[in-house]
Design a protein around this ligand. Structure first.
Ligand SMILES: [Zn+2]
Length: 240
């Protein structure tokens, strides 16, 4: 019989209440002083997953059309020094050509980003995303893959040609291997493109099912998890 106090999830729920409670108390304590004013000056991220995705895709359309919003980066810097309210968390590739703030035309403080070559989920990345969503309350995680991904390509070569890599590179290959195998089994003509998509989908599935935190937030519709693929040639993100 579960009496909740002995339930396996109870420690996490209690910890979350503490985190939210501490954040609320800090906000209340500073409400009448400079800190409170500064926090209030940072745009709220109290929006739903759909609105967050809408803003990202609108930003991507501006970026792809080379019509980004003009920004004064110093404006709001003082306010951001005391708080952050990101509208989304991004799990993206380390690739130097895929910069999330640029690709979604967002400013400092808007995106909480985890980057690893091949945009897969590992323990550290998952913990960071838990922080970004549970503590900072970003309502959306977007897994951002891209075409011609070097990490996916290396994995394809490792599996097809038995290419061996030095150092710690095999760790990347091991992490991306399930996606390449899935794409391979699907019989797709363009194995690379299919593997990039499968890699994004696997990461989305893993994040949605990540217990105990993300899964519950997703079930309560407080958090959305979606995937997209960035085109290096056009700058456009296509949701998958
Ligand atoms: Zn990549």
């Amino acid at each position: 019989m579960c009496d909740c106090s002995s339930c396996a999830y109870a420690p996490q729920f209690n910890r979350r209440r503490l985190l939210f409670g501490a954040a609320a108390a800090a906000a209340a304590a500073g409400a009448s002083g400079w800190l409170g004013d500064a926090r209030a000056a940072v745009p709220s991220n109290d929006i739903g997953p759909d609105e967050a995705l809408k803003r990202l895709m609108a930003g991507n359309a501006r970026y792809a059309a080379n019509k980004p919003n003009m920004r004064d980066y110093s404006a709001g810097r003082a306010a951001r020094a005391v708080t952050q309210k990101p509208i989304a968390a991004i799990l993206g590739c380390s690739d130097s050509r895929v910069a999330p703030e640029l690709a979604f035309d967002q400013g400092p403080g808007d995106l909480f980003i985890v980057r690893v070559a091949g945009n897969f989920v590992n323990e550290d990345g998952l913990a960071s995303l838990e922080y970004g969503t549970l503590v900072l309350r970003a309502p959306l995680i977007l897994v951002l893959g891209h075409d011609n991904c070097g990490a996916v390509d290396a994995t394809v070569k490792a599996l097809k040609d038995k290419t061996e890599y030095p150092g710690h590179l095999p760790a990347l290959v091991n992490a991306i291997k399930p996606a390449v195998e899935l794409a391979s089994k699907s019989g797709a003509k363009d194995l690379m493109a299919a593997a990039v998509q499968a890699n994004v989908r696997l990461a989305v599935e893993r994040l949605k099912a990540a217990q105990p935190l993300l899964q519950e937030m997703v079930q309560q519709k407080k958090l959305g998890v979606v995937g997209g693929v960035y085109s290096l040639a056009t700058g456009k993100v296509a949701l998958v």
